[in-house]
Design a protein around this ligand. Structure first.
Ligand code: BJW
Ligand code: ZN
Length: 252
C-alpha cells in the first residue's frame, strides 16, 4: 500500500542525479535497534521530568541520578547495531542523492553504519566533557564506573549531549542552514517535532528554500500537517522501500 503511495508521489517530483535529499532524524529511527524513544508510553522520559535528567540544573541538583540514567542508556547504545534505516540512508548517500543526515540521536548509529555526512545536532552519548569547562574530554568504550564520573580538575565529567536550555553548536547550525536551503527533498524520520530548534528545520527548508517534505512515522507528529507526504508506519520498513523507489525513479 505504502509502496504505491510513495511511487505515485515520486512521479510528481523531478528526480534526477541533481536531486538533493536531507534527512532529519529522531529517536523513532533507532527503535528497530532496540533503543527507546523519549516521549509517550515506555519512553525514556516516562514518569520522569525531562529537565531533571537533561539540563544543567538537573545535573547540579543530582549528578548521580543523571549519570544513572545515562549509564543505562550508554550500555544499551554500546550493545545496539545499526538497523535497516541507517543502512538504507548509507545507500542513498553512496548513490549521490543524500547530502546530509541531521540527527537528533546521540547513539552514533549512522556513523557506525558507514554514513559520512552526519551532523549530530544533539551530540553523542559516548563522549564526555568537563561540567566545569576545564577542557578535559573522554570517549567511552564501556559503561562508566563509578558514577558520577569525576573530572581530574575536581568537577564532574558530563555526557557530551545538548541539554535543555543549552545552545546547539553554531558551526553545526550553519551547516544545517546551508543543507536545508539547497535541499529538494527533506525526509523527516521518527521524530515528534516537539523540541526546538529542530522543530523549525522542515518549515525553514520549505519556506526559505524549495524543499518537498516527506515524513515517515508510526504516528502523526507536530510536522504532519505541513508535510507534502506522510508515510505512516515503522520507518525500518518504509525507508528501505522509499530508497529503492527513489533510486529506480532516478534511473528513469
Ligand atoms: C517511529 C517509530 C518507528 C516511534 N518508525 N517512527 C518554549 C517554546 C519553544 C521552545 C522552548 C520553549 N521552552 C524551552 C524551549 C527550548 C527547548 C525546547 O525545545 N523545549 C521544548 C520541550 C518546548 N530547546 C532547547 O532548550 C534547545 N536549545 C535551545 O533552544 O537553545 C537556545 C535557547 C537557550 C536557552 C533558552 C532557550 C533557548 C536544546 C534542546 C536539546 C534537547 N535535548 C534532548 C536530550 C538530548 C540528550 C539526550 O539524549 O539525553 O534531545 S531532549 C530529547 O528530545 C532528545 C531528542 O533528540 C529530542 C527529540 O526527541 P525525538 O527524537 O523526537 O523523540 P520523541 O520521543 O519525542 O518522538 C519519537 C517519535 O518517533 C514519535 O513521533 C513516534 O511516533 C516515532 N516513532 N517508533 C517511525 N519505528
Ligand atoms: Zn574538569
Amino acid at each position: 500500500m505504502e509502496k504505491n503511495e510513495i511511487s505515485k508521489f515520486l512521479e510528481t517530483q523531478d528526480i534526477s542525479s541533481n536531486t538533493k535529499i536531507v534527512a532529519i532524524i529522531g529517536s523513532g529511527a533507532s527503535v528497530a535497534s532496540g533503543l527507546k524513544t523519549f516521549r509517550g508510553k515506555d519512553g525514556l522520559y516516562e514518569g520522569k521530568r525531562a529537565e531533571d535528567l537533561a539540563s544543567r540544573q538537573g545535573f547540579t541538583q543530582d549528578p548521580t541520578l543523571v549519570w544513572t540514567w545515562y549509564r543505562e542508556r550508554i550500555t544499551k547504545v554500546l550493545n545496539a547495531d545499526p538497523n535497516s534505516i541507517h543502512i538504507a540512508l548509507v545507500k542513498l548517500e553512496e548513490e549521490g542523492l543524500l547530502t546530509s543526515v541531521i540527527t537528533q540521536n546521540v547513539d552514533g548509529l549512522h556513523r557506525r553504519a558507514g554514513q559520512s555526512n552526519v551532523i549530530e545536532i544533539h551530540g553523542n552519548i559516548l563522549k564526555t566533557h568537563c561540567f566545569n569547562s576545564c577542557g578535559r574530554t573522554s570517549e567511552l568504550t564501556k559503561a562508566p564506573d563509578p558514577i558520577p564520573v569525576k573530572c581530574d580538575c575536581g568537577s564532574y565529567q558530563r555526557p557530551s549531549v545538548v541539554w535543555f536550555g543549552e545552545s546547539l553548536d553554531s558551526t553545526n547550525l550553519m551547516k544545517v542552514e546551508e543543507h536545508l536551503l539547497s535541499a529538494s527533498i527533506v525526509l523527516i524520520i521518527g521524530t515528534s517535532g516537539y523540541v526546538y530548534p529542530v522543530a523549525q528545520f522542515p518549515i525553514f527548508a520549505k519556506s526559505q528554500g524549495k524543499a518537498t517534505l516527506i515524513e515517515f512515522n508510526t504516528d502523526e507528529s507536530a510536522f504532519s500537517d505541513v508535510v507534502d507526504l506522510f508515510v505512516k508506519g515503522p520507518a525500518e520498513s518504509t525507508i528501505p522501500t522509499f530508497v529503492d523507489l527513489i533510486l529506480q525513479a532516478k534511473l528513469q
